[in-house]
Design a protein around this ligand. Structure first.
Ligand code: GAR
Length: 190
């Protein structure tokens, strides 16, 4: 069965979608560990509630980015993952982490990449005046939200949308898309 490590920084609704899909047997996989870079991230509570081991690796506890990434990678490697999922993990990872999990790290991003990389993608979409927005799951490379695209979902942008309403519409699709991509990865189809 596919063993995952999920990296989070915040609310963890995408993590919850994965945990729910496993619980409901819509996804044959296991979350072996949840790692946060933010100690009070709500995602950690969700993991504990589901009985998933957690750990927190904070940037400020490490003198360099390289040391931080080594600690993060050591923590992930202990769980022997087949796949590492960045689910609302808000840091850019470099070679110190990625070289140890080549082809095994995916990220979910709330835009139709390659448009609107980086922070506040939904706000960027609204400011650009696009009529369609969405989300993307992609492999993580050294760039920011620039790795090979695995799949996407599209939602309309409505005239009355603000960041909150658009984000909510995209988020619903994120949950579905992420579980779907993980299922396909587990089946060797990605
Ligand atoms: C999600 O919208 C995710 O796509 C986004 O953060 C949110 C996390 O929500 N990620 C990024 O913007 C990464 N660049 P969640 O914590 O409820 O899953």
């Amino acid at each position: 069965m596919l063993r995952m490590v999920v990296l989070v920084s915040g609310r963890g609704s995408n993590l919850q979608a994965i945990l729910d899909a496993i619980e409901n047997r819509r996804l044959a996989a296991e979350v072996a560990k949840v790692i946060s870079d933010v100690p009070n991230a709500y995602a950690l509570k969700r993991a504990k509630r589901a009985g998933v081991p957690t750990c927190c690796v904070e940037r400020r506890d490490h003198s360099s980015r390289a040391d931080f990434e080594t600690a993060l990678a050591d923590c992930a490697e202990e769980a022997e993952p087949d796949l590492i999922v960045l689910a609302g993990f808000m840091r850019v990872l470099g070679r110190g982490f990625l070289d140890r999990f080549s082809g095994k790290v995916i990220n979910i991003h709330p835009s139709l990449l390659p448009s609107f990389r980086g922070l506040e993608a939904q706000r960027q979409a609204l400011e650009a005046g696009v009529r369609y927005a969405g989300c993307t799951v992609h492999f993580v490379n050294l760039g920011v939200d620039s790795g090979p695209i695995i799949d996407q979902r599209v939602v309309p942008v409505l005239p009355e949308d603000d960041v909150e309403t658009l984000s909510a519409r995209i988020l619903e699709q994120e949950h579905d898309l992420l579980v779907d991509v993980i299922r396909r990865f587990g089946a060797g189809l990605v």
